[in-house]
Each structure stands twice: as structure tokens, then as C-alpha cells.
Design a protein around this ligand. Structure first.
Ligand SMILES: *Cc1c(COP(=O)(O)O)cnc(C)c1O
Length: 499
């Protein structure tokens, strides 16, 4: 096997490679980069969460294509100066914007090793493909899906939802959708979600050729959950009008407030009506591994398809999402195609499963490894406890808000998303929006804490998504103090400014 090693090492004049001329020099630099990375992660609390980039930093990243190279050590120094001090901030313990994960060092090592291996997870017979499929199997196990179900790792929740909805469309269309396309539909297909649905579903329906109007937004109730009697009425109305109801999209953890639709009731309804049930569990599906939280998603395994997001509550470095489909044939049937250049061989590298048959990508990254390594190292139970810890933090924050003068909780806290605002009384809705937006931006600019904002059922509020394994209660107390302090200062300025 090694017979050719020395022979092949000999270079013909003019031959080049990307490998270094001096491996020892590379070793020294690689060690320095990993050392710096450990310090960077360890000392995250000591740096500002975020800071505005000065013009010279922006200018640095607007230079034209480098025609000739320079030593890697110089390239790295450039990043130490111009990139590392200006992160988004989401690995900082007081980052609670939108709905992120806080990453983890093991996951970062996983991404590094995956890149070192350099494998393409489009398929084939190799260990990385086994790991990819094992992570999918673990996600099925977490959700309570049977081993016969199917799934695939994708870039994130948006893509995972698109996969689930596409399988639903094809299966429910009553035609050979892949061959004939939507033009051959006998009646327009309709999908149903609550009005709290994530925007990626609209994009998915548009991309699937059904259009935005094919997504019927059912009103949400006072707790921001889908109003099921209203769902029933919409579907009866659409059937009477000759439309073809296909799928209900239930959300387990809405992006605005973290509300969880009544999954058992919706599953019963879908079973009675012969509809596909897709659960968008990008936020909440992983509650299933939390000792306390799992009761909140009871019934989720009854879904025909589930989208979940390991780069959220498993804190995997971006990107990794997961689509699961109960009926493996329906999943495979929606995407499989075997061009002549990707035929299976009886043995060897091309004898493995083609993992590209379960989604839209042909080449696929080895995103499974970062999830696999962190689960092997920490165990699923630890991730479950961290999810419960976020729920406890959200309760603590909600209690502090309720107990603090001039702070108001805007919506009930179900999971780890807390909607609140600074409201000293006597201000109109537009004034409250201006005031709270200014509080939010000032806290970010000071690099102290990051929350985002949203408008739910007509009310603007600040929104803290406590999905961060580095957050402590003391961090939440800092948030309360800062919002109250900034709010009081802004009101004070406004009062003195008006004299
Ligand atoms: C985050 C999220 C998505 C989209 O997931 P990405 O990973 O950002 O693509 C979809 N639905 C819900 C409820 C989400 O919170």
C-alpha cells in the first residue's frame, strides 16, 4: 500500500500544491491559533458583547481580490486586529437577541476536524457518512420517532421546514408532483399555520410554487397559540370553496413569544381530517430532552414531519438544522434521483447510501460531527438540564420584571422567551416604541447586554430569548438594572429637555 509513497512525492518541475513548504512552521502557527481560541472563549465575559466597527476596519474588508499571497501568519494577524474584536456577540453570556445558540468549543473543534477530513456528505461509504446518519438517528430518538422514520441534516431550520413542507406538498397533491408540477393540480393546495408562524414558511411556499396565499394564517389566541376552532372553520370554508387543504403547520415555540400550539389537539384534528401535520420545532422540539420541559411538547411525535435546529438549543456552531419525516418512502420519494454519474458501485467508496437523496444539496458538509462530538462529550442529559436552566432563567427574569416599577411583562412566558417593556405610564404606543428601541440600542452600543424587539398583536416589546448556556441569574439582574436605568435616564432627559 505504501509502495508508491516516496515515488509519488517526487515533484515534476512546475508542479504546485496548497500544502505548506514547511510543516513545522505551520504547526507553530496552528498551535498559536488554537491557544488564542481557548483564551478568546474563556475570556468572553471580559470583553464588550459588541462594538461598532471603526471606518478603518470596514475599509479593510473592502479591498480588491488579492492577486498574490502572503504568509499565513500575516493573514491571521490581520484577523486578530480586524475581525476578532468585532463579533456579533452571540457567544457572550448577555446576548439574548432573536433566537440563537451560544456555540461551544467542542463544536468548533468538530467543525475544524470535519474540514480537516474534508469529506463530502453527499454520500458514499465512509465513517463520516455513518456519523451523519447516527446523528439523524439520535434526533429521531429524541423526538420519539420510530427507527423506520427518515431524516437529514441541513443548513438550518428554514431549510428543514422547506424539506418537510415539500414532502407534504408532494404526498398530499394527489398527482405525480415531481413529474407534472403544480400546473397539474386539480385544486389549489392550502397550508395552515397560526399568524405567529416564522417567515421561512412563506418563503418555502413561494419557492414551492404555491405562493404566499396558499399559507392561511389562522388567528392566535391571547396566549399566542393557534385558535383551533378558527382552524376548523377555515378548513371547512376552503373545502366548500373547492380548495384542497393539505397540511397544518403547528409551531412548538413561536419566534415572537415562545408559545407552543396545542400539538395533541392539532394532531387529533389532522388525523380526523386526513391532513399532513408538520411541526416547526426549531425553537421548542428539543424540549423533549429536558426533564421539566418535555411535558410542553407532548404529542410532537405524532407529526408527519418535524423541523428542528441543533444550532439553537444544542448550541452547535452555525450551521446545522434537521428535517425528520415519519414516512421514509415519502421523504426519499420527494428528492431521490440517480444521474448516471452517481450510480452505486457494488463495493468501494460509491457503495454507500446517497445522502443527497434526502434534500436539495448534492455536496453536503460534515455538519454532523460538531453535534456528535458535543453529545458524546456532554451527554444528552446535560443538554436537557441546560434547557431546563433556560426555562428557570426565563421565570426568574419574568418575576424580576413584574416586581420592578416601570417594567411590564407584555405576554405570558411559556418557555425561554420573555417579552417586556419599559413603561412608566402615560406614554402613547409610538412613544413607548421609540423609548424602548432607544433603550435596546444603547445597551448594545455600550456592549452590556443584547435583547431584540418585536411587535406582537399590535404591541411593541423588548424580547429576551434566553437560549444561552453561559447566562447566569446575575446576568439577568444586570439586564433589569440596565433597562430601568436607561429608561429612567431617557425619561429624565425628555423631561429636562422640555423645559
Ligand atoms: C429560527 C427559526 C426558524 C428558522 O431557522 P434557521 O435555523 O434560522 O434557518 C424557523 N422557525 C422558527 C420557529 C425559528 O425559531
Amino acid at each position: 500500500m505504501n509502495a508508491f509513497v516516496n515515488e509519488a512525492k517526487a515533484k515534476t518541475a512546475g508542479e504546485e500544491t496548497l500544502d505548506p513548504a514547511d510543516w513545522e512552521q505551520l504547526r507553530v502557527l496552528a498551535r498559536r491559533i488554537t491557544d488564542d481560541a481557548v483564551d478568546y472563549t474563556r475570556d468572553i465575559r471580559e470583553r464588550p458583547l459588541w462594538r461598532d466597527m471603526p471606518p478603518e476596519v470596514r475599509a479593510r474588508f473592502r479591498s480588491p481580490l488579492p492577486r498574490e499571497g502572503r504568509p499565513l501568519a500575516e493573514v491571521y494577524d490581520d484577523l486578530v486586529t480586524h475581525m476578532l474584536p468585532y463579533p456579533m456577540g452571540n457567544i457572550h453570556p448577555r446576548f439574548w437577541m432573536w433566537y440563537m445558540g451560544a456555540s461551544n468549543f467542542t463544536g468548533a473543534l468538530g467543525d475544524f476536524l470535519a474540514a480537516i477530513l474534508g469529506s463530502n456528505l453527499g454520500g458514499g461509504d465512509h465513517a463520516a457518512a455513518e456519523i451523519d446518519q447516527q446523528v439523524v438517528a439520535w434526533m429521531k430518538e429524541i423526538m420519539g420517532y420510530p427507527a423506520t422514520a427518515s431524516g437529514t441534516l441541513v443548513s438550518g431550520g428554514s431549510m428543514a421546514n422547506l424539506i418537510g413542507l415539500t414532502v407534504a406538498r408532494n404526498r398530499m397533491s394527489g398527482i405525480d408532483m415531481r413529474d407534472l408540477g403544480i400546473g397539474a393540480l386539480k385544486a389549489p393546495l392550502r397550508f395552515y399555520s397560526s399568524d405567529q408562524v416564522h417567515s421561512c414558511h412563506r418563503i418555502a411556499l413561494e419557492t414551492m410554487g404555491l405562493g404566499n396565499r396558499a399559507l392561511c394564517r389562522v388567528p392566535s389566541d391571547a396566549a399566542c397559540r393557534m385558535d383551533i376552532p378558527a382552524l376548523r372553520k377555515f378548513i371547512a370554508r376552503d373545502r366548500a370553496a373547492g380548495l384542497q387543504p393539505a397540511c397544518v403547520i403547528a409551531t412548538a415555540g413561536t419566534v415572537n413569544t415562545g408559545a407552543i400550539d396545542d400539538l395533541e389537539a392539532i394532531a387529533d384534528f389532522c388525523a380526523d381530517e386526513g391532513l399532513w401535520l408538520h411541526v416547526d420545532g426549531c425553537i421548542g422540539a428539543l424540549l423533549a430532552i429536558a426533564p421539566e420541559g418535555k411535558a410542553l411538547v407532548r404529542g410532537i411525535a405524532r407529526a408527519d414531519s418535524i423541523a428542528l435546529d441543533p444550532h439553537k438549543w444544542l448550541h452547535a456552531p452555525f450551521e446545522v438544522g434537521c428535517a425528520l419525516v415519519r414516512d421514509a418512502d415519502a421523504h426519499f420519494g420527494a428528492f431521490t434521483v440517480t444521474p448516471e454519474y452517481l450510480e452505486n458501485a457494488p463495493r468501494g467508496i460509491a457503495s454507500g447510501a446517497w445522502l443527497h437523496d434526502f434534500g436539495l444539496q448534492t455536496s453536503r458538509g460534515f455538519r454532523a460531527l460538531k453535534v456528535w462530538m458535543a453529545l458524546e462529550e456532554q451527554g444528552a442529559a446535560k443538554f436537557g438540564r441546560l434547557i431546563d436552566q433556560d426555562l428557570a432563567h426565563a421565570r426568574h427574569l419574568s418575576e424580576r420584571i413584574t416586581a420592578t416599577p416601570d417594567l411590564r411583562l407584555c405576554f405570558p412566558t411559556t418557555i425561554n422567551i420573555v417579552c417586556f417593556r419599559y413603561d412608566p405610564g402615560g406614554l402613547s404606543e409610538p412613544e413607548l416604541k421609540r423609548l424602548n428601541t432607544e433603550i435596546m440600542v444603547r445597551m448594545q452600543e455600550a456592549g452590556v447586554a443584547a435583547v431584540s424587539d418585536t411587535t406582537v398583536q399590535g404591541r411593541h416589546c423588548l424580547r429576551a430569548a434566553l437560549n444561552n448556556h453561559r447566562t447566569t441569574r446575575a446576568d439577568l439582574d444586570i439586564l433589569i438594572d440596565e433597562v430601568a436605568r436607561q429608561g429612567a435616564a431617557l425619561i429624565g432627559d425628555a423631561v429636562s429637555g422640555s423645559h
